[in-house]
Design a protein around this ligand. Structure first.
Ligand code: CA2
Length: 145
């Protein structure tokens, strides 16, 4: 089973600012966490981070035929990008949305998630743990569908 984990803009700066919202862990620590969880679960994983909407669309398209599922934190593009929503719909792979913070408890503009409309599940407000939950959920989903 192979997953692609996609992280959007500015998540590469994790740990540098706003620790009250996003925690103190760095982006390298997040990538390490995801690698460890996937290894434990016997899931092959490729990680991708970009600050560019088109690059994220390209990576979603590449997942078609090469991965079994997608885990995505589109960061700010969550709330703006119909291109990412359309790419997720186009590849029709099971996708799980993750947010470190609880987007529904923040500013109103963060309450809408376009990407989430193409996802089978969302985990928000759990910090790094949300990625673990997403990996377990997607694995379970693929094993039983
Ligand atoms: O909670 C999340 O995971 C978000 O996807 C993070 C995005 C935000 O726009 C979404 O509404 C919720 C922001 C990621 C920016 O990360 C930073 C990292 C370090 C310093 C400042 C921002």
């Amino acid at each position: 089973m192979k997953f692609v984990v996609i992280n959007g803009p500015n998540l590469n700066l994790l740990g540098l600012r706003e620790p009250k919202i996003y925690g103190t862990g760095t982006f390298a620590a997040l990538e390490d966490f995801i690698h460890r969880v996937c290894a434990k679960e016997g899931v092959e994983v490729e990680l991708f981070q970009s600050n560019h909407e088109g690059a994220i669309v390209d990576r979603i398209q590449q997942a078609y035929g090469t991965a079994d599922g997608i885990i995505i934190n589109p960061a700010a593009y969550t709330h703006t990008s119909i291109a990412i929503l359309d790419a997720l719909k186009a590849v029709a792979l099971p996708a799980v949305e993750v947010h470190l913070s609880d987007i529904n408890a923040r500013e109103e503009f963060r309450h809408i998630s376009y990407a989430g409309m193409a996802c089978i599940k969302t985990f928000a407000g759990l910090g790094f743990e949300g990625y673990r939950q997403a990996i377990l959920y997607l694995k379970e989903y693929l094993q039983h569908r």
